[in-house]
Design a protein around this ligand. Sequence first.
Ligand code: FAD
Length: 498
Amino acid sequence: MNNYDIIVIGAGNGGLTAAATLTQKGLRVLLLERHNIPGGCATSFCRGRFEFEVALHQLSGLGTPENPGPLRMTLDKINVLNKLEFVPMTDLYRFVMPDKIDITLKPDRAEIIEELQRHFPHEKEGIQQYMDLVYNFFTQVIGVFYLNDPETSRKKYPLYYQYALKTTQEVMDQFIKDPMLQAVLSPFWTYVGLPPSKMAFVDMAAMLFAYIEFIPFHLKGGSQALSNAIADTIIENGGTIRFNCGVKKIIIENSSVKGVITDKGETISAENIISNASKLTTYVDLIDKNNVPEPIIKELKQCSISPSAFTLYMGLDCEPNQVGITESSNFLVPGIDNDYIYERMKEIDIDGRNAMMLSCYNLIDPGFSPPGTSQVALVTLKYGDPWLSVPPGQYVDEKYRVADAMLKVVEKTFPGLRKHIEEIEIATPITHLRYLGTPRGSIYGFENHIKDSSLFIPNESHIKGLYLAGGSVGLCGFQPTLDSGVITAKKLIRDKAA
Ligand SMILES: Cc1cc2nc3c(=O)[nH]c(=O)nc-3n(C[C@H](O)[C@H](O)[C@H](O)COP(=O)(O)OP(=O)(O)OC[C@H]3O[C@@H](n4cnc5c(N)ncnc54)[C@H](O)[C@@H]3O)c2cc1C
């Protein structure tokens, strides 16, 4: 029987930063990962002469050395910042609704306002007021929620109290009347998976603030470089990482953690565990039913699982501008009815009624693929359920049929793209289920309705020694999950010292 202070289950963002923080304090940490590489979503894979980025489209919250964001400080604290090269994006996003509007916003507050006012002069005041509110409201959220001001009051934080429980749609309706402008202002809802009518304004404000104030970034070497750098740091700090080593069971005795049993049948003891596996996986698959605390069962019953994604990873034999790709981040949106677009996420088929996101880093990092080529990721959100009903014998045909339909749609905006495809790989919700092990292949944890917005997500395990980190116990995305690992590790260290 080996003995460690802490076992971390899963080397996704949350597991990696947790292990890095704990090893910095000299604790004996074992990180167990079922895949053969670190990163979870934050990984890459190779096909032909391309190394494809799996997940990262836009890194939020990093900021520059002159205007550092929270993520820069987090990465600095765990000693990985100096191992990485970041590339600032020159666009916030290009928003295309075919035959209706094609507008590019730069990641600069004043320029965004100016560009929107140029396109929507009848909404001049509303645009200014909405953008001001996003900033002022979120500044108050930082005071109340992130800095834990002990003297929180309605008088001191009026915007926080007024808007913290509103949906994005409710707030946009207050300032913006033109539905086209509302659509242009809100494509980031696809980074959470709930349309503005269901998405908490606090989560939309958090994203807008993080991406505008601190600029979206890309990373040389993609997100795998980040995962590798954190894994290296853990090892340099004296930690142990085992790949190809999944955890089958968490051993609990008398409501306290005692260790784990790996999928190879090995028992490893530890009094503390941080699970970066989904909360649902942790409590349903890894812990015996009779050891799951009642409050957790109650909590899980109230949660709904987020969507997964259908993604085409494409290596093109040409420069991006040859097929009309002029920006790194492109939202292709079929219409102004986001609720309808959301409903379409529940069906397998893809056509001109689905919203898509197309990323191409080559525009800011020409070395991202071999000279004269480009790498493109085209993603649309899809719930996993319909894919789980596809008979295994039909899966491959179905995958190619849907990919073909998706290409037909994207070629309306980027003509000729198909004939430049040198390599293509298709990921369905089943692919995410296989590689991430998340319920129904979900990529954003649980749905963050207002009651589950970033302000309310509970992260108490009710089992002594068990902690959770990652996208199912907070907001999803790189910045929140990287932070989540650090926060959880610090909580564990505090508890151990108490
Ligand atoms: C296609 C796609 C696009 C995205 N785009 C963006 C974007 O542009 N910007 C952004 O900020 N975010 C984006 N995200 C979201 C972001 O990648 C995730 O929210 C984040 O990486 C999740 O981190 P996590 O800590 O929850 O861990 P995960 O990535 O979920 O990793 C969990 C790890 O735990 C391991 N594991 C699970 N069970 C076990 C077990 N029993 N034993 C051992 N190991 C186990 C898994 O193998 C995995 O490695 C995207 C995600 C996807 C899939």
